[in-house]
Write a protein that binds this ligand. Structure first.
Ligand code: F3S
Length: 697
């Protein structure tokens, strides 16, 4: 026989927080102290507190002016706060953060002119508190009541609505209501305001009740969430005993059951659960039942030990990797300290903070600006309700039962460890340049400021570092001093590595004629140096243009992107000669593609000599008009007929492709029938041959 205690039993974090605040008040408040309504749905707890001077008051009017008043986790409406203030009461607000979130949503909806549709139990204190923050509200219990509301008041369908759910609503109820709302209502915002702690507990009740032949549901019958647990168990388990405390076990027999599950509501104190366990152990002992050691079960209590107290101590052993019941109890009273690293579950997300269920008496919260250092990150992208989250405890407020947490700082510790590893392992990382100063620039790497000296920015000497601002760069961490929060990096180191790798690749693949895209790095009188992505090659001045140029700057400028091709290379000397001018731009080729012997061209006289005139046929291609071919009569000098710059029609009478010389004749056009004098030498000038390339360094 075994007893399995649900892990999610007893106080939820909201109730733990409330109880902690109430206990503080009992110990510290000197004047009268009240709780507005029963602090939790548990008469034993209420009685115990009353004995310590914290009495329940049903109405504000029952509270003496000037008293201290504790608002329980259910929360209250705005009017109650106003009334308490009017009576001069000091308020200790123990409203569960999950409920406070609904209040804020209600206020926001009202400001937007929306009716708040509340799905929950009418008259329940939580629901009444929510209504107290709404300008207009409607409350329905479930899908059935929702349908009936919509059919009785059809105008609601088109009204602006904000739908919220009681924190203890079931998933089933939520889904069926959402389905109707989405189908019927045209202007609605739906908020899932159910409590994660409740869903988890209900889920465990579902699971446990299918595995056990008897379930003990422990808690006050006035507690809505405990009643729901009983309902869930009754749907699955043949026998469910709803007891308030150990006394409820009187006259119950469990002879015929081999596995008994225990689950308790959110307002059931740990001591009540412990008592129930103890009593069950005694019961088993008296009946001399053999209880197996259920070490593999999550929460198992064997009943065969000598003393009940020690039975609980000894037999509440954890399942493999799990926690014992005793540990869970211990955890519920655990005190947090600043600097502790904690893990919790995201319970709610508001515009200003993330509520975290730490499973302790403290309610954890992470202010939004303590969530991350990532610039522009959105909270909804980073965390979701139900997520496990690790954080540092920044501040503990035992009076209010809160623990301020920071995920950002925990991340930062991890990040520093990463940064040190990056430095040791020479890892290339990415960062965004966020700032510039006299000495260089600052990059943000995973939220850590990394200083990059100007000489390590990879920019040319004297260049403006502002050009890097807001850019994502690759860099290497070169120095880390955690104590001084100083990190130094180098973009240049990465560029150097990248260049070396690219250079190696180029040398492996290089061949004559291969084309590369490069950037002009510098110009000299004899050529241009071009970075082809890791190596510099040189274009000799004669390879820059088909026309004669006196300086490379006539064709290129520093920084210009160019396409070049390999003319020759020497792997040993690491030299590459590059070409820039293209064959398709070669004027002689263009001439041959355009003209043939017999073609007539409009030519421009460029030079007059005694023996004839040179004329430009195309830029870069000149031909000679011999003196005998200038006119249809004998002339003493070409200048008698022609002037430099003059454009005339001339016939191409001969092309010497080998010597690249062209003979032209004006006379042939004047006397078409006349044959050009073949014996007269035709002198032409072809484009200059390129000089041998100068090799790159
Ligand atoms: Fe508890 Fe708050 Fe949820 S009181 S059940 S944690 S809404």
């Amino acid at each position: 026989m075994k007893i399995v205690v649900a892990e999610n039993s007893g106080f939820c974090y909201g109730v733990s927080r409330t109880m902690e605040m109430a206990e503080r008040a009992a110990a510290e408040v000197s004047g009268k102290c009240f709780t507005l309504g029963h602090i939790i749905h548990n008469k034993d707890v209420v009685r115990a507190l009353e004995k310590r001077g914290v009495a329940p008051a049903e109405r504000v009017e029952d509270i003496s002016p000037g008293s201290t008043v504790i608002i329980r986790s259910h929360g209250v409406g705005r009017e109650t706060y106003e009334k308490l203030e009017a009576r001069g009461c000091a308020v200790i607000d123990a409203t569960c953060p999950n409920v406070s979130r609904i209040h804020k949503l209600a206020v926001q909806a009202s400001e937007e002119g929306r009716t708040v549709l509340i799905i929950g139990t009418p008259g329940h204190p939580e629901i009444e508190g929510i209504r107290g923050w709404c300008a207009r509200s409607q409350v329905v219990r479930n899908a059935e009541e929702l349908e009936s509301l919509l059919s009785q008041t059809p105008e609601i369908r088109s009204e602006p609505l904000s739908a919220v759910f009681q924190t203890t609503s079931t998933e089933k109820n939520y889904q069926s209501c959402v389905k109707i709302i989405k189908k019927e209502c045209t202007n609605v915002k739906i908020f899932d305001t159910m409590c994660v702690a409740t869903s988890r507990r209900q889920e465990e009740a579902r699971k446990l009740s299918t595995e056990c032949s008897c379930m003990l549901v422990v808690g006050d019958k006035s507690s809505a969430n405990t009643r729901r647990l009983a309902e869930i168990c009754e749907e699955r388990c043949p026998r469910v005993c709803f007891i308030e405390n150990a006394a409820g076990l009187e006259n119950l027999s469990f002879d015929e059951h081999d596995t008994i599950g225990i689950i308790a509501g959110a307002s059931t104190p740990a001591w009540t659960i412990k008592e129930v366990n103890k009593k069950m152990c005694e019961e088993f002992k008296n009946q001399e039942l053999n209880v197996e050691n259920q070490a593999e079960q999550e929460e198992v209590i064997s009943a065969g030990a000598a003393e009940p107290e020690s039975v609980v101590e000894e037999t509440n052993q954890a399942a493999e990797g799990g926690e014992s019941f005793a540990e869970l109890l211990e955890k519920s009273i655990k005190t947090l300290r600043t600097g502790d690293k904690v893990t919790g579950t995201v319970a709610a997300i508001t515009a200003t903070e993330i509520s975290v269920d730490l499973g302790t008496k403290h309610s954890g919260y992470i202010p939004v600006d303590e969530l991350t250092n990532e610039p522009g990150a959105k909270v909804e992208d980073l965390v979701h309700v139900g997520d496990q989250i690790e954080a540092y405890v920044m501040r503990v407020n035992d009076v209010e039962g809160t623990a301020e947490l920071s995920k950002k700082r925990l991340d930062m510790v991890k990040t520093w460890a990463d940064i040190e590893t990056f430095c040791e392992e020479k890892t290339t990382v990415e960062g965004v340049i966020t700032d510039e100063n006299k000495g260089g620039v600052v990059a943000s790497v995973k939220g850590v400021r990394v200083f990059i000296p100007a000489s390590q920015t990879g920019l040319p000497r004297g260049a403006e570092t502002s050009a890097l601002l807001k850019k994502t760069v690759k860099l290497r961490i070169t120095e880390v001093n955690r104590a001084r929060h100083r990190v130094v990096g180098s973009i240049r180191a990465v560029q150097f590595e990248e260049r070396r790798a690219r250079a190696e690749q180029i040398w492996n693949e290089i061949e004559v004629g291969k084309k590369y895209n490069g950037v002009v790095k510098s110009l000299t009188s004899y050529g241009a140096f071009v970075d082809i992505g890791g190596i510099d090659g040189m274009i000799h001045v004669s390879e820059l243009s088909w026309t004669r140029i006196s300086n490379p700057a006539e064709v290129l400028s520093v920084g210009q992107e160019v396409e070049v091709y390999v003319i020759s290379f020497d792997k040993e000397k690491k030299k590459i000669s590059l070409g820039y001018r293209r064959e398709e731009d070669n004027p002689w080729t263009r001439f041959l593609n355009t003209y043939e012997v017999g073609s007539v061209a409009k030519v421009k006289i460029v030079k007059l000599m005694d023996f004839g005139a040179f004329a430009e046929v195309l830029p870069g291609v000149d031909g000679l008009i011999h003196i005998s071919q200038i006119a249809d009569h004998r002339i003493g000098k070409p200048a008698e007929v022609l002037t430099v710059g003059e454009e005339v029609d001339a016939k191409i009478v001969n092309i010497d492709t080998e010597k690249r010389k062209i003979s032209l004749s004006i006379r042939a056009l004047l006397e078409p029938q006349a044959e050009p004098a073949a014996e007269e030498p035709a002198e032409v000038e072809a484009p200059a041959e390129p000089e041998a390339p100068v090799e790159a360094e």
